[in-house]
Design a protein around this ligand. Structure first.
Ligand SMILES: NC(=O)c1ccc[n+]([C@@H]2O[C@H](COP(=O)([O-])OP(=O)(O)OC[C@H]3O[C@@H](n4cnc5c(N)ncnc54)[C@H](OP(=O)(O)O)[C@@H]3O)[C@@H](O)[C@H]2O)c1
Length: 393
């Protein structure tokens, strides 16, 4: 007997770039990726500016005619037809926007980086647990089948005990050869008021690979937080444009180097010539393709393999009925739906304590490099009567 599929009802908070990418994925038919136990419904979208912007967004993504358009985040989180809020604002806004949703009794999927500081992440996690609500950082990479496969290979000892990981995520998108700037100083990529900077925007993906391999797959009792040594270069706005972090997990005798840059690229050819991640074990190495946030392949090079390289390719299934759309953001939505269906308030794929542990590494690196974000975006104060960063305050 076929069991009925569980439907999760979504509210999208913000109408920018990633909100569009994610919502388009949400609207694909789950059957196109052979998922039958959960489905998703777009119930409402909110813009902090005006309802028309939300309404235009719904049309642009070809959303359902009955989807509601709100001109404030407060209206969205108070919609009784919405189960979960997807927070897609700049990092600077995640703490206040997620608190707004949690205080309205809504589950939350919040874009990465979860917050600006580890203290804020801890406060969000405490609040979600107190209120018995689901919360997950939207690190889509974690839920992709390729990541799952690589975690399994490493855990099964395919390349022997791992002693070192290199992970990079870099795009040469700050300035052209002529020195012309691609990002205005006000852009969320470099603006301190919007928690700009390479580490919070991109570097968290390099860290997620380090953590997936050297932390996540360890038995709970063996998990250890790393020692951190970091160096960074700053852009003229004060945010980091290139950051290098060395992590040491002393109990396990493992080391990692996580790097990110807006001045140079992981693979300048963009043709798969350079891996984004190298996982090095006693019996060989797994190389994960570029870009680290959604690699399309991995390869295994074995010590006794005589130079043979085993390459395995992955690409996200697409929905032909929606113009061949499908980017791989939907796996995290499916995970959220299954957790909520099963009454779980956190995902074992992207656990909350691990998001906090990663934010602690980010804190340490930014502090060592002297990047200071303004108080109004690092505060852990939340006033339900006067939430900040909703666009209305
Ligand atoms: N998973 C990924 O691959 C991926 C990729 C890109 C970005 N991201 C993450 O997604 C988040 C948003 O990035 P994005 O590229 O979508 O940014 P974006 O295009 O600038 O959109 C951000 C949206 O946030 C809202 N917002 C509210 N107050 C704002 C303010 N003061 N300044 C700017 N925007 C404000 C705006 O929507 P309204 O006007 O409708 O309120 C805006 O459209 C970030 O946390 C980023 O790290 C993830």
């Amino acid at each position: 007997m076929a069991t009925e599929s569980f439907t999760l009802r979504w509210g999208i908070l913000a109408t920018g770039f990633i909100a569009e990418m994610f919502t388009r994925d949400l609207l694909t038919n789950t059957a196109s990726r052979e998922v039958t136990d959960v489905t998703h419904k777009l119930v409402a979208v909110a813009s902090s500016k005006e309802a028309q912007k939300a309404s235009d967004f719904i049309k642009k993504v070809d959303g359902p005619a009955e989807a509601k358009a709100y001109g404030s985040y407060a209206e969205l989180v108070n919609d009784p037809d919405v189960d979960i809020i997807y927070v897609a604002t700049p990092h600077s806004h995640h703490f206040q926007n997620t608190m707004l949703a949690l205080h309205a009794g809504k589950h939350v999927l919040c874009e990465k980086a979860l917050t600006v500081t580890a203290d804020q992440a801890r406060r969000l996690v405490e609040t979600a647990r107190e209120k018995n609500l689901f919360l997950m950082e939207a690190v889509w990479t974690r839920h992709q089948p390729l990541s799952k496969k690589v975690r399994e290979l490493v855990a099964a000892g395919e390349i022997g005990p791992v002693s070192r990981v290199f992970a990079d995520i870099s795009f040469n998108n700050l300035a052209g050869e002529d020195g012309k700037l691609y990002h205005a100083d006000s852009s969320r990529s470099v603006n301190l008021d919007l928690a700009g900077g390479a580490l919070l925007d991109l570097g968290v993906y390099a860290l997620t690979w380090v953590f997936q391999v050297l932390y996540h797959i360890q038995p709970e009792a063996d998990k250890e937080k790393p020692e951190v040594v970091a160096a960074l270069n700053k852009y003229h706005t004060g945010s980091d444009d290139s950051t290098a972090i060395i992590l040491r997990f002393p109990k396990h005798n493992t080391l990692a180097v996580a790097t990110t840059s807006m001045r140079t690229a992981t693979d300048p050819s963009d043709k798969g010539l350079v891996p984004a991640v190298r996982i090095q074990g006693a019996k060989g190495e797994i190389q994960v393709g570029n870009p680290a946030f959604r690699p399309d392949d991995y390869r295994i090079i074995r010590k006794d393999g005589g130079g043979e390289v085993e390459t395995v390719k992955y690409s996200p299934p697409v929905d032909d009925a929606r113009g061949g759309w499908g980017q791989g953001f939907y796996w995290q939505a499916d995970e959220a739906a299954r957790c909520i269906r099963d009454g779980k308030i956190e995902s074992s794929v992207m656990p909350l304590d691990e998001s906090i542990a990663i934010m602690e590494v980010v804190d340490a690196a930014l502090q060592q490099g002297g990047v200071a974000y303004p108080d109004h975006i690092t505060s852990t104060e939340y006033d339900p009567q006067n939430p900040l960063n909703t666009g209305k305050a």
